[in-house]
Design a protein around this ligand. Structure first.
Ligand code: IPE
Ligand code: IPE
Ligand code: MG
Length: 252
């Protein structure tokens, strides 16, 4: 039986988020420059996106560039931005073929103008695709996003448009760049690192975390299947007991 066939399609995570890590180490292992790893990571993005869409996953969020990544050496940042522009152009036909809608989260104003424009064009161009939404986290930081949300809420309170007692989970969720996107149920990080690195802190409150040693440029469909199968073996208790979940009235 193929790995893919073992997946229970009725219990798929609706939203999977991935911290794509290990490009630099993958390249270094082969005596190559770090950018060689980033270039090869594009194939993993293509393969993983296709796999998720084929299965019926509704949202796939990929952490492509963090706010902290701006501190990397200038040539690496420039190479990553060029790669972004080039990849968006090259991948557009594939996105349409699979009816995938592109979205982006993060402090996008910080992107170089060309990258920003290409991104906005691709988002506009794919807005009617409805099989899956691919969310790119670019110049993203969860703390930055939370600060923006808090500022906007404070402004609304100050102007009298919002009552403090009306601040609730929904309001905060709606103030984030992920507004309208369900929280990820599964968060994958590649390359053996077991940290969250300022990614979706609010949204992953109850996500299942999955870590794999595989470097991102080696990540393929089978690795995604493995992560989903692992997810499906877990019991998501949301604070309750196993016994409650098994009894009829304990359904979540
Ligand atoms: C992930 O790979 C890609 C980005 C953060 C842009 P890295 O570039 O972090 O690779 P390692 O972690 O140094 O191997
Ligand atoms: C996190 O990877 C950001 C992305 C995957 C885009 P990093 O490799 O930059 O994370 P840290 O700094 O090692 O935690
Ligand atoms: Mg890294």
């Amino acid at each position: 039986m193929e790995l893919k066939d073992k997946i229970d399609l009725n219990r798929l995570p609706k939203h999977i988020a991935i911290i794509m890590d290990g490009n630099g180490r993958w390249a270094k292992q082969q005596g190559k420059e770090r950018i060689f790893g980033h270039q090869n990571g594009v194939e993993s993005v293509r393969d993983t996106t296709e796999a998720a869409a084929e299965l019926g996953v509704k949202f796939l969020t990929l952490y492509a560039f963090s706010t902290e990544n701006w501190n990397r050496p200038k040539p690496e940042v420039q190479a990553l931005m060029s790669l972004l522009v080039e990849s968006i152009r090259n991948e557009l036909p594939e996105l349409h073929k699979n009816s995938i809608r592109l979205q982006a989260i993060g402090n996008l104003q910080m992107l170089p103008p060309r990258a920003y424009e290409r991104l906005m064009e691709a988002i506009e161009d794919t807005k009617d695709n409805n099989r899956m939404t691919l969310v790119l986290a670019l110049s993203y930081s969860a703390k930055w996003e939370l600060i923006q949300a808090v500022k906007n809420i404070a402004k609304d309170v100050q102007s009298g448009d919002l009552n403090i007692d009306d601040i609730n989970e929904q309001l905060i969720s709606d103030g984030l760049t992920t507004k309208g996107i369900p929280d990820p149920e599964l968060l994958i990080r590649t390359s053996g690192e077991t940290r969250v690195s300022n990614f979706l802190l609010w949204q992953i409150a109850y996500a299942e975390l999955y870590f794999t040693e595989v470097f991102w440029p080696d990540f393929r469909k089978k690795d995604l299947y493995q992560a989903i199968l692992n997810f499906q073996q877990r019991e998501r208790r949301f604070g309750m007991t196993s016994e409650q979940l098994l009894s009829d009235n304990g359904k979540v």
